[in-house]
Write a protein that binds this ligand. Structure first.
Ligand code: 4AD
Ligand code: MG
Length: 429
């Protein structure tokens, strides 16, 4: 018998096929059972009619439970009214019976669901989210490759920090202190001198003490870096990347966005140019909205929410005070207390999804900045070397995958956007 996936049912109308999967839902009306089958690729309704099926299979059907695994042979039938295809079962094989599946139809609290994340991943919403995540990952690779960026893998074990020392996870590296990487940026900066345009994409770690809906302690970041690219062009590269990613999701994941009940009007509006505000302008807007943020403060999560609620498209907030940003950012020559950076904030209250900047490319300026930050210069000598041998203006940015997924899917919390979330109070399962 030909095994097919549920998504291919329309191509097999009136033919006999085999589906393999799990019982997602069950209901009966008299002698007919309606079984919702999930097979990874999608979902299909299976009709079990006593009149059309052998006795043994009918007995099996009556004893099926949620999440039991089955192989079903039947005939593909088109729904009389809708563009939907179902399977009229002729034979059911029970592969494994699930006893008392703990996730039911009733509402469960977030802790219960997170404790059962290994099972929760099977639910329809979680299925949809991971498929959108998969599209986003592939769209990022594909767009960057088209734009001439070469994938360069950065190390995870590092002797230094990239984004400040307050969120480092330290480990014992054969008697020497080492840290889990916070971002591959510094390493891929080295690779632009070989490849011009590069990116990495991997897990990064932050010992974030924050219990917000946008912080994970382990998340996936894509860092991109390009030689001879200055601040303005850096923003264009980001705009084009996010536009391409959102477009690909809209084209490929209609069903998933539908399951997630995502209002896609804002996603459809994602085209360059994005809105742009300076940090200074953002502070003024925040004051107007009642925030008590100080003029030279970094924007906190609440400020970003307050600000992005006003917009229907992503917003760049640029030129933050140097003091609140990382040591490697280049000063704005027009206003040297600020840097040539930008955070890209997603609209609808989501906030920062990308952090990026032009990098300091002058050896002495960078050295001074590092001394001020009390960095161990010896550990960073290799990074300073990049400013010694053929230094060029260059820029880059880092996309937080889970934040991007959360916004595109319209999720309340980033924890749903990663298969097994790591949070300040969660390391299991
Ligand atoms: O803004 P960040 O800290 O920037 C960097 O790490 C740079 N080195 C990137 C670069 O220029 N190559 O982090 C980048 C992005 C943020 O915009 C956010 O989307 C995400 O990573 N991010 C987090 N996502 C989930 N949980 C956290 N704790 C995050 N911290 C940052
Ligand atoms: Mg940031």
């Amino acid at each position: 018998m030909k095994h097919i996936f549920t998504k291919d049912l329309p191509r097999y109308q009136d033919q006999e096929v085999e589906l393999r999967g799990w019982v997602q839902n069950l209901r009966s009306s008299g002698k007919i059972w309606f079984l919702e089958l999930r097979d990874g690729a999608g979902y299909a309704q299976v009709i079990v009619d006593e009149a059309l099926i052998d006795d043994k299979s009918y007995q099996i059907a009556q004893k099926l439970t949620l999440e039991s695994s089955v192989i079903i042979i039947g005939v593909v039938d088109k729904h009389p009214k809708k563009e939907e295809y179902e399977l009229k079962a002729k034979l059911i094989n029970l592969v494994s019976r699930a006893e008392d599946y703990p996730i039911g139809k009733k509402e469960h609290g977030p802790d219960f669901l997170l404790d059962n994340r290994h099972l929760w991943l099977r639910s329809r919403r979680q299925w949809a989210i991971q498929r959108v995540r998969n599209t986003i990952i592939n769209a990022i690779y594909s767009h960057l490759n088209q734009q001439g960026f070469v994938k360069i893998d950065a190390p995870i074990l590092t002797p230094t920090s990239c984004e400040g020392t307050t969120t480092l996870f330290s480990i014992d590296y054969f008697g020497e202190p080492a840290y889990l990487t916070q971002s591959g940026q510094l390493y891929i900066e080295a690779a632009i001198f070989s490849h011009g345009r590069v990116f990495d994409f991997g897990p990064v770690f932050r010992a974030e003490k924050s219990k917000t809906r946008r912080h994970l302690t382990e998340f996936w970041m894509m860092d991109a870096e390009a030689a001879f690219v200055e601040h303005e062009e850096n923003l264009k590269i980001q705009e084009n990347l996010i536009t391409a990613v959102v477009k690909t999701v809209l084209e490929n994941n209609k069903n998933e966005l539908n399951i997630l009940e995502r209002d896609t009007t804002i996603l459809q509006r994602v085209t360059p140019p994005f809105y742009r505000l300076t940090h200074k302008e953002a502070i003024t807007k925040l004051h107007e909205r009642g925030s008590d943020i100080k003029d030279m403060d970094d924007l906190g999560a609440d400020d970003e929410t307050l600000l992005t609620e006003l917009y229907d498209k992503p917003i760049f907030v640029e030129k933050y005070p140097a003091e609140v940003k990382a040591f490697y950012m280049k000063r704005d020559p027009a206003d040297p207390i600020r840097v040539l950076n930008a955070d890209l904030l997603a609209p609808e209250g989501y906030g920062e999804i990308i952090g990026g900047s032009q990098r300091e490319d002058d050896y002495n300026t960078l050295l001074e900045r590092m001394k001020k930050e009390k960095l161990n210069i010896a550990d960073f000598q290799w990074y300073l070397d990049l400013r010694k041998y053929g230094s060029v203006p260059h820029s880059g940015f880092g996309v937080g995958l889970e934040r991007l997924v959360a916004w595109v899917c319209g999720l309340k919390h980033v924890r749903e956007s990663i298969p097994f979330p790591r949070l300040i109070n969660r390391l299991r399962p």
